[in-house]
Design a binder for this molecule. Structure first.
Ligand code: HEM
Length: 378
């Protein structure tokens, strides 16, 4: 009884979360099969869903303005062939997509990217570099194996290439082209496009490698709440206890895994437009949870959803990763060694991952190198 109540409660929570995420996504993209395209700002002279020019028939204008207005606005006619989608002569959802792609997506993306850089700069100014409180002991302990670091750097380098080439697709024309000129930009954009297509596969391999090696350490635990309540020790006070990964790192891990998976799937949809229909399939699954989403999507609509979702997820993940890179390099003394050499100073380890150090020491790894001022575990 209790179990079935729990299951029902979980289903309700899951449904609400999914519903909120989808509502936000649909509202943000303005996507709807029969979009009225109110806020479209097409280029000058473009044919739009506001219909054909209102020229009277006696002046050589259109004879049936109303009919063409409807056709231009995605109207569904009747057809006798099995593919009912053929009843739509003009799929005007592309205009809604274009407005999104040229408006809110790059705009909010720029806010996010600029915002995180400003926030980190402010944090650095106020807090400075997070130091090892007891000083470096000069004695190290192995933090990550060669395999773990290979997976991390494959994931990291491929992500950085994908992020830079992807940002070039979104912002390059406005930001880079006026500086370097059209011809240089064309070569960079073309090379970037090829890199983006192929490096994506290295990213997928890196994602799988890091997932299988680290998933075991990233399941939530009640001590994660304490870690959050103490701000991870980043704003002063003792560092809360943590095993191999602390609560903040678990968030990064799951954001990278779920966001990365979603980027891979939407990216495959973009690479192979007619092979997957990921959105129609995902919507069909979600309809099983009580949603009422369209499952008859045209190839164009699939691609519109894929580019929009791919763009949103890429921007969100890039913002998160900028913060990760900061804390893993200049933001925290001793952190980079974990991914650099694989060995970290024992005092750093005791301050940030006290329970993990206890486990490692119990296994017999007493650290290596000169012994000096080892700090007590906190
Ligand atoms: C120059 C870029 C980067 C640097 C300097 C860096 C540094 C680090 C360091 C030092 C750690 C280990 C932290 C510890 O010992 O506790 C780490 C872990 C990790 N990194 Fe990176 N990283 C970079 C880029 C990336 C990118 C691009 C991704 C993914 C897209 C990524 C994903 C992860 C994940 C999932 C972990 C494990 C969870 C965590 O520690 O947050 N890293 N990174």
């Amino acid at each position: 009884m209790k179990r079935s109540q729990d299951t029902m409660a979980m289903r309700t929570v899951l449904k609400s979360v999914l519903f909120a995420a989808l509502t936000a996504f649909v509202a943000l993209t303005g996507f709807a099969g029969t979009a009225d395209a109110q806020n479209v700002r097409p280029p000058e002279g473009a044919s739009t869903s506001s219909g054909p020019p209102q020229i009277a028939a006696d002046k050589g204008g259109n004879y049936d303005i109303e009919m063409w207005n409807k056709v231009r606005r995605n109207v569904q006619g009747t057809v006798s062939i099995p593919d009912k989608k053929a009843g739509v002569l003009v799929d005007s959802s592309g205009e809604t997509w274009r407005a999104m792609r040229n408006g809110p997506l790059p705009l909010y993306g720029a806010y996010g990217l600029g915002g995180i850089v400003a926030l980190l700069a402010l944090f650095f100014l106020l807090r400075g570099r997070i130091r090892v409180e007891h000083g470096l002991a000069g004695r190290t302990i192995e933090r990550f194996s060669d395999f773990e670091r290979t997976g991390h750097w494959l994931l990291a380098t491929s992500f950085i290439i994908l992020a830079l080439t992807g940002l070039n697709v979104l912002y390059g024309r406005d930001v880079l082209m006026p500086i370097i000129g059209k011809e240089a930009f064309a070569s960079i954009a073309l090379t970037g496009k090829w890199l983006h297509n192929y490096v994506a596969f290295a990213f997928m391999v890196g994602l799988v490698m890091t997932f299988v090696t680290w998933v075991w350490y990233n399941f939530p635990h009640p001590r994660d709440i304490v870690w959050f309540l103490k701000g991870g020790g980043m704003f002063g006070g003792a560092h809360p206890a943590a095993k191999k990964f602390n609560a903040g790192q678990k968030i990064i891990f799951w954001a990278v895994m779920l966001g990365g998976l979603s980027l891979c799937l939407s990216g495959l949809q973009l690479l192979l437009p007619y092979d997957f229909a990921f959105f129609a399939k995902t919507f069909a699954i979600l309809n099983g949870f009580g949603f009422d989403l369209p499952t008859q999507l045209t190839a164009n609509q699939e691609q519109q959803l894929a580019t929009t979702w791919h763009g949103i997820m890429a921007l969100v993940l890039t913002v998160i990763i900028i913060a990760h890179i900061y804390i893993g390099s200049i933001g925290m003394e001793g952190a980079f060694d974990a991914m650099g050499s694989g060995d970290v100073d024992i005092n750093w380890a005791k301050e940030h991952h006290s329970l993990w150090v206890e486990e490692e020491l119990a296994k017999g790894d007493s650290g290596s190198g000169a012994s000096a001022r080892p700090a007590p575990a906190e």
